[in-house]
Design a protein around this ligand. Structure first.
Ligand SMILES: [Zn+2]
Length: 382
């Protein structure tokens, strides 16, 4: 290590000392216990112990994060969201940048689960809770929960943001959204730089497609089919129901033991996300039914989605007998979307013409949406 530069710069920030109007571009170095502010010529401006760091204002993802330190008027503005996330990991008391208001709301949601869960546990059974949640749970609460899951992903997986590819994906999403029931949550669809052939819907209309799925798809209609299927899960609120089923009673314990700030995060880490990925056979059928009607209403031929099923099924069977090391990457979609033989036919039987889900140029753009992203990760790295 260079003696004159003992601190490794983790990122940049704008520093305002609170005394003058001047703002300085500085470097940030992270030690195990503090954040070190590095000025010109590697000079240490100040050292902020993580425990003394506070939020200077409410944190919004995608906007600069403003921090202050106890006993000073100085302010630090960080525009690099992943740097902010790293600081939040050290300064756990900041609750990942969640504001007090959000923390309170999440605690309230936990209590809602608990109250209904306890009330119904003896009277009926825990099976009643998910259906009750489906009918009465406010949309904005579901969006809060979804946001929590998304934030736990931030930093784990890169989002592919190729410009024209994102525009193509937005067009496809819009075309499907246009035919959805009025009260469906607004959809947020993104491609993650993950090599597995998979896709899933989180609570709150948050849908994620994996790069491996885009690579594997032979036509835009196949991607539209998967997207329509995931939208089916959103319409039925399957993610929320799964959470209610698994965590209805656990929620209060989480709040009581872990505080209110990070209980959804604790749930996600305890396997909540993985359990969200494996829905019941009935849930998958419901999602398929929605997929079929959404595709037809949007004038997209569902047959291609059937072909996708067939091809993956074939590929899966081939690889089962061939010891291919990439085999596991293909099996994941089937482990979360069990094949029942009839699923491909369900989409293949429907005689329908339709228009392609994207123009050839848009499809090419979507295919390379991850071109400027790094090496794709595996979902198991999460
Ligand atoms: Zn599904």
């Amino acid at each position: 290590m260079d003696k004159d530069a003992p601190y490794k710069i983790a990122g940049k920030a704008t520093y305002h000392d609170g005394l003058t109007a001047a703002r300085h571009e500085i470097g940030i170095s992270l030690t195990p216990w503090s954040l070190v502010l590095i000025g010109k010529g590697s000079a240490v401006i100040s050292e902020w112990p993580y425990k003394d760091i506070r939020l200077a204002e409410e944190v919004t993802q995608g906007r600069p994060t403003r921090l202050k330190v106890m006993g000073q008027d100085a302010r630090l503005t960080i525009t690099d969201w992943s740097l902010a996330q790293t600081i939040f990991k050290h300064a756990k008391h900041l609750g990942g940048g969640r504001t007090a208001e959000r923390g309170l709301k999440l605690a309230f949601i936990a209590l809602f689960f608990l109250a209904i869960g306890l009330g119904l546990f003896w009277l009926f059974s825990m099976n009643t809770l998910p259906s009750l949640v489906k009918s009465y749970f406010p949309n904005s609460w579901e969006q809060d929960i979804g946001q929590d899951f998304v934030e736990d992903f931030a930093g784990s997986f890169e989002v592919c943001e190729g410009k024209t590819g994102s525009q193509a994906l937005a067009r496809m999403t819009q075309r499907l959204s246009d035919v959805l029931p009025q009260n469906t949550l607004p959809l947020t669809v993104k491609v993650l730089n993950v090599k597995d052939v998979n896709a899933f819907a989180l609570p709150g209309g948050e849908i994620r497609l994996f790069r491996g799925l885009i690579d594997e798809a032979a036509s835009p209609d196949e991607v539209a089919g998967v997207l329509a299927h995931e939208i089916g899960h959103v319409i039925e609120r399957h993610g929320l129901q799964a959470l209610a089923r698994h965590y209805g009673l656990m929620a209060l314990m989480q709040v009581a033991t872990a505080g209110t700030g990070d209980f959804m995060g604790a749930m996600a880490q305890a396997g909540g996300l993985l359990s969200l990925l494996s829905y019941s056979r009935e849930a998958e059928q419901e999602a398929d039914q929605h997929a079929l009607s959404i595709l037809q209403a949007a004038d997209i031929n569902p047959e291609k989605f059937g072909h996708f099923f067939e091809r993956l099924h074939q590929k899966n069977a081939d690889e089962d007998s061939s010891e291919d090391p990439t085999k596991e990457d293909f099996t994941i979609w089937f482990s979360t979307h069990p094949q029942e033989g009839k699923r491909a036919e369900f989409f293949l039987q429907k005689a329908f013409t339709g228009r392609p889900a994207l123009s050839p140029a848009e499809w090419q753009a979507l295919k390379v949406i991850c071109a400027s992203a790094g090496e794709p990760k595996s979902f198991r790295d999460w």
